[in-house]
Design a protein around this ligand. Structure first.
Ligand code: FAD
Length: 556
């Protein structure tokens, strides 16, 4: 009989993830875990079962922009995929945003929320993107204290009723730039009824959202980022027509293809300033911190999905007379990436836990300083790891990993956006330097690494402890000692060194807890492997001679 390869399969993705279960057991009070575990198990079943099947069946579908109706009217209707319609209902019912605002589990509510996101997102085709922005908008409206807007929008943004729930967009990027919004061209003009926005937004994800927070220059304000204000707008009028918005086209993207990302013209969209007519960049920071945290969680969720599939495949695929999973080299390859994902997971969920403590008012000053630093640090470190892990995971399927109808190539394409949006690696590395310059932040970060390492007393963890300490020391010395140009050139290397060292420390702490509780040596092996993969990324950072590498063929 001819040979046909068994495809990779998923089981219950909660059950197949010992790290998630251990982490929740280690960090949550038993009654909280008892309450949320049945739902997480149910979501794991869904994510590895019915939703995964729907995702496979839905693979060829993509969102569509219908600009005109049959009678020539401009309608700009965006039709999303069947899976997205299902994801919207699931997200509302399970409270993927709401759980953080209902605060049923006090400071642990964010962990509850993000554990659900982590389980569902890999089967939701990047529906986490609009949810992240929705969460960001709700938090921003609450924090900026605009009672009228908060009262109007937050109950909808955090609703569990799919018929009432709203999502939000985040409209910053223009043709002039996304990292640097100082040259934003969108203008806000006041008329008898209030403010209206005029301009072009170049990347707006999930333009199906009911509301958006947008940056614009109120007329008369000085040019530059200081003259920007943050505006709230509803995308539709009461009669369902667009609120002065034209959808020019959907982006034809490498990945996140189920996510409708549009170019928009704002042609008099009615909008309301959220908090005054300046300070827009400062005011949107809350939203960015929320979406960066979601980005870290999406990164670790994607890594776990890729590895879950690769591990299963290694049990089904034979080469040279042996199952792949039984060959020492394939085992070593997957172990190397599993160690990356375990470190990344613990870093992402440490951020989540700190957000929860901050929002419940329980965070110490040191924890608040730590959160400021590790939000960009976590996003940039896990984003890079997500791409590397997805790439390696695809190779673990051989040619099948490159073939579209296996559903596997999407894993890499969707990962590629993670280091890019919500702040690129370089932009966040510079942001981290600013964060570390603030009072107490550098000490809080070093203190966090030490806190975790002090817990890791097992002699088998000594190489991890030493490598993490050495990496932090080297990065700290570099940041303190380098001149400004070298510090800037080495920002990414220093940041990744700190991010990896923190991951190794958190993994060592976790491994010690596993050892103490008789939970096996997997986490210990992961910690040791992460350290061997390399923590110190500084290398030859900041060599001015390297500028020559950018010159063209005729350059010096
Ligand atoms: C799928 C997708 C969806 C998106 N959705 C949205 C959305 O909903 N809303 C929204 O507002 N935006 C959105 N964006 C835009 C995204 O946030 C921006 O593309 C991103 O912030 C980068 O901005 P840019 O494209 O202007 O790149 P640039 O800022 O031009 O960056 C180009 C390169 O220069 C580097 N760079 C920039 N500044 C520095 C510096 N000072 N030092 C060193 N290196 C630097 C960057 O790291 C990058 O490698 C989306 C993008 C994508 C791909």
């Amino acid at each position: 009989m001819a040979f046909f390869q068994d495809p990779p399969r998923l089981g219950n993705t909660f059950a197949s993830d010992p790290l998630l279960r251990e982490h929740l057991e280690r960090t949550l009070p038993a009654p909280v875990l008892g309450e949320i575990e049945p739902e997480l198990r149910h979501l794991g079943e869904l994510a590895g079962g019915a939703l995964f099947e729907l995702q496979a069946a839905d693979r060829p579908n993509e969102p569509r922009l219908v600009q005109w109706d049959a009678w020539g009217r401009r309608v700009d209707r965006i039709e999303v995929t069947p899976l997205w319609r299902e994801a919207a209902v699931l997200a509302a019912r399970h409270g993927l945003v709401a759980a953080a605002y209902e605060r049923r589990h006090g400071p642990h509510s964010r962990v509850h929320q993000h554990a659900m996101v982590y389980l569902l997102e890999p089967s939701m085709d990047v529906y986490a993107c609009p949810l992240a922005m929705t969460d960001g908008a709700a938090r921003t409206l609450l924090e900026l204290g605009n009672a009228a807007l908060a009262e109007r929008a937050v109950p909808r943004l955090t609703s569990r009723d799919p018929a009432r729930a709203w999502t939000s967009g985040q409209w910053m990027t223009e043709r002039t730039g996304g990292s640097d919004v100082s040259t934003t061209e969108t203008e806000a003009r006041r008329d008898g009824e209030g403010w209206r926005l005029f301009g072009t937004k170049w990347f707006t994800s999930a333009t199906t959202a009911e509301v958006a927070l947008a940056l614009a220059h109120p007329e008369g304000n000085p040019k530059g980022s200081k003259g920007l204000a943050l505006f709230y707008l509803e995308t539709r009028n009461a009669d369902g027509s667009w609120n002065g918005i034209l959808v020019n086209r959907l982006k034809d993207k490498l990945g996140t293809r189920k996510l409708p990302t549009a170019e928009l013209t704002l042609d008099g969209a009615r909008a309301t300033p959220v908090a005054g007519l300046t300070g827009g960049v400062r005011n949107i920071t809350t939203m960015l911190n929320v979406t960066r945290t979601w980005n870290s969680v999406a990164a670790v969720a994607g890594m776990q999905r890729a590895l879950d599939l690769a591990r299963d495949y290694a049990r089904r695929r034979s080469a040279f007379g042996a199952l792949l999973g039984a060959t020492a080299l394939h085992q070593d390859t997957l172990a190397g990436v599993e160690a990356e994902r375990e470190g990344a997971f613990l870093l992402a969920f440490r951020i989540v836990a700190l957000v929860g403590r901050q929002e419940s008012g329980e965070a110490t000053a040191e924890e608040r300083a730590l959160l400021r630093a590790i939000t960009p640090l976590g996003k940039l470190t896990t984003g890079k790891q997500a791409v590397a892990v997805a790439s390696e995971a695809l190779e673990a399927f051989g040619g099948a990993g490159y073939v579209e109808d296996t559903g596997l190539p999407r894993l890499l394409r969707d990962a590629q956006v993670l280091p890019l949006w919500e702040g690129t690696t370089n932009v966040l590395a510079l942001d981290l330097q600013r964060a570390l310059g603030a009072e107490g932040a550098a000490g809080a970060l070093a203190g966090e690494v030490e806190r975790a390492l002090r817990a890791a007393g097992d002699p088998a963890l000594r190489p991890v402890v030493e490598a993490a300490r050495a990496a932090v020391e080297r990065a700290t010395r570099f940041l303190a000692g380098a001149g400004a140009p070298a510090r800037e050139a080495g920002a990414r290397h220093a940041a990744l060194t700190l991010g990896r060292a923190l991951e190794a420390a958190l993994l060592a702490e976790h491994a010690q807890w596993c050892l103490d509780g008789g939970r096996g040596r997997r986490a210990l092996a992961a910690a040791r492997r992460l350290a061997r993969n390399g923590l110190d990324q500084l290398g030859a950072a900041g060599d001015p001679a390297e500028a020559a590498l950018l010159a063209g063929a005729e350059g010096g």
